[in-house]
Design a binder for this molecule. Structure first.
Ligand code: F6P
Length: 564
């Protein structure tokens, strides 16, 4: 290990050693005892930010643990690193880029000069252009090639250019107020495109091709296929694609682009007047609040989109200014580190008690795992401790009937985030007509976190007259940690707040581990090998020139079954 590694190795810090020594003490305590000796913790280990009420009292942390974790944050220079991000320093070192998704949600009168440019002016110019375009779409003034108004916006993108808009569109179902629906195509599996457009009318469909780089294989392939579908559907012959042709008119009226790469957009045939830009300092998985959110704006309107951005900004200001001890992303990020590195947990469940947030866990998977799934530090040295956890989840109550068994009685401890709302997006009477289905949903939310934490002892089970042979099976060990996040309702601002809350947790964890949370080199090799393998699997004569016997045999099997 080089001396530089030792200097930056957080595991060598005094705070890390203290936490290691402290862990067995907390490990030996049940949350029942933790609450018994500190009865105020349910009231006090909470933090309110914006509309979010966050209870972290059901975690396996003592007040002393938290104080040691704040020491750890100081040892890692968390606040300095945070400020460097907000000021636009090039903290994405492997790509030499600033990391400024927080600038996307600054109000128009703010100033942030980065590399000699006030980026807030740029951001609001694009927002204004998006606003003008979506106003036209929503009013019906934007007409397709055959003069009909647009009724469906289909976003073609993948990763951050899909998951963010798809998740937010679903979450804000109740705010979709114009006569426009959105759909999303991401997978290069043609089933995605075919199924998505099956019942659409090309005359009333507009495609948003969303790609930061505009080189992503899946997106460009799908965009070309969508163009084919559109032209065929409109009965346009593509032999003449020149200026003034029906082809050019149809593409101009049915395709817009969101990208940082104007050259590639023009090459595809989309007029750059119909392109909405963003910048290299916006990472794909941090881009739903940039022009990548265009489809969302089309659905909910520019005013509600402004509310969405305002939600992010509320949490940004809190993260930037609140003392660590009252700083929600700092506290939750540090608790994440606590389990990941001192308890060796490997995953975290995210459980929204909201069907509209069905895609939230999928969205968070990219945000957290592409950001913090790293094995080297920012300086390129091998890390000396585990980094990013696996994030997963499903909405409650569906998950309760699928995987909660393992959460409750399995041998692994899985910290869980429960997200719930006071007011429902929809409500219906309970089966017997006596109450509300939303209250039924939320009674499950409260019950699950309670049971996870406090469980049910063998004595309590036996006292119910359970057959002694079955008692052990019915014991609920409890002592399983969770965060409870509550908000009054699922609004554009609240979904922005929730995203920012997780974005900044990712930052906190990455800062403690000393990794670069903003590059994603690990996805590249698979892309180049797929390109090489495409020519191998589609060829019928050349022997497959792969170097390992497994891939060779699999490719041979595939080729045989494809009749090659
Ligand atoms: O391959 C991973 C990735 O680069 C993600 O980080 C990104 O969100 C996604 O691909 C899509 O990239 P683009 O927006 O450039 O098409």
């Amino acid at each position: 290990m080089s001396s530089e590694t030792i200097e930056t190795d957080i595991t060598g810090s005094h705070a890390w050693q203290e936490l290691s020594a402290h862990q067995p003490h907390v490990f030996a305590m049940h949350l029942r005892e933790v609450f018994a000796v500190d009865p105020q913790r349910g009231e006090e280990l909470t933090v309110d930010v914006g509309d979010l009420h966050i209870d972290y009292s059901k975690h396996r942390v003592l007040r002393e643990t938290l104080s040691l974790l704040f020491d750890l944050a100081r040892a890692a220079d968390l606040e300095t690193k945070r400020d460097a991000m907000f000021w636009g320093e090039h903290i994405n070192t492997s790509e030499d880029r600033a990391v400024l998704h927080t600038a996307l949600r600054l109000p128009a009168d703010a100033t942030l000069t980065v590399d000699g440019q006030n980026v807030v002016t740029d951001v609001h110019e694009v927002l204004d252009k998006m606003g003008a375009f979506t106003d036209e779409l929503r009013s019906g003034d934007w007409k397709g090639h055959s003069g009909e108004r647009i009724r469906t916006v289909v976003n073609i993108g993948i990763g951050g250019s899909d998951l963010g808009p798809a998740m937010v569109y679903g979450s804000l179902r109740h705010y979709v107020d114009a006569d426009i629906q959105c759909r999303f195509i991401s997978n290069v599996d043609p089933a995605d495109l075919v199924a998505t457009v099956a019942d659409l009318d090309p005359a009333t469909t507009l495609f948003v091709v969303a790609s930061k780089t505009f080189t992503t294989l899946e997106t460009i392939t799908n965009a070309v296929a969508a163009r084919r579908w559109l032209l065929d559907g409109l009965g346009i012959d593509d032999s003449d694609s020149g200026e003034g042709s029906a082809y050019a008119d149809a593409v101009a009226k049915h395709f817009v682009a969101v990208s940082t790469n104007a050259e590639k957009v023009a090459e595809f045939g989309i007029d750059t007047d119909n392109m909405f830009g963003f910048w290299d300092w916006v990472g794909g998985r941090y881009s739903v609040d940039s022009a990548i959110g265009l489809s969302v704006m089309a659905a909910i309107g520019k005013e509600q989109f402004a509310e969405f951005l305002h939600g992010f900004n509320l949490v940004d200001r809190h993260f930037r200014t609140a003392p660590m001890e009252q700083n929600a992303p700092v506290i939750l990020g540090l608790i994440g580190v606590w389990y990941n590195n001192f308890w060796n947990t490997t995953s975290r469940a995210v459980l929204p008690y909201s069907q509209d947030m069905a895609r939230f866990a999928a969205y968070l998977q990219q945000l957290t795992m592409e950001s913090n799934g790293k094995s080297v530090t920012s300086e390129g040295h091998h890390v000396t401790t585990d980094t990013g956890a696996v994030f997963w989840g499903e909405p409650g109550t569906n998950g309760q009937h699928a995987f909660y068994q393992l959460l409750h009685q399995g041998t692994r401890m899985i910290p869980s985030d429960f997200i719930g709302f006071a007011s429902p997006t929809d409500d219906l009477p309970e089966a017997d007509g006596s109450g509300s289905m939303h209250d039924l949903l939320m009674s499950n939310y409260f019950a699950q976190t309670k049971v996870l934490a406090f469980g049910k002892t063998a004595d309590e089970v036996a006292a119910e007259g359970v057959d002694p042979a079955v008692v052990a099976h019915k014991v609920m060990p409890g002592n399983r940690p969770s965060t409870s996040i509550l908000a009054p309702e699922l609004t554009p601002s609240v979904i922005g707040q929730l995203i920012a809350l997780y974005e900044h947790q990712v930052f906190v964890e990455g800062a403690i581990w000393g990794i670069n949370s903003f590059d994603q080199w690990g996805v590249e090799l698979g892309k180049t090998q797929a390109k090489e393998l495409l020519s191998v699997i589609t060829s019928s004569d050349s022997p497959s020139p792969q170097s390992d016997s497994s891939t060779d045999a699999l490719v041979r099997w595939y080729r045989t079954h494809r009749g090659r």
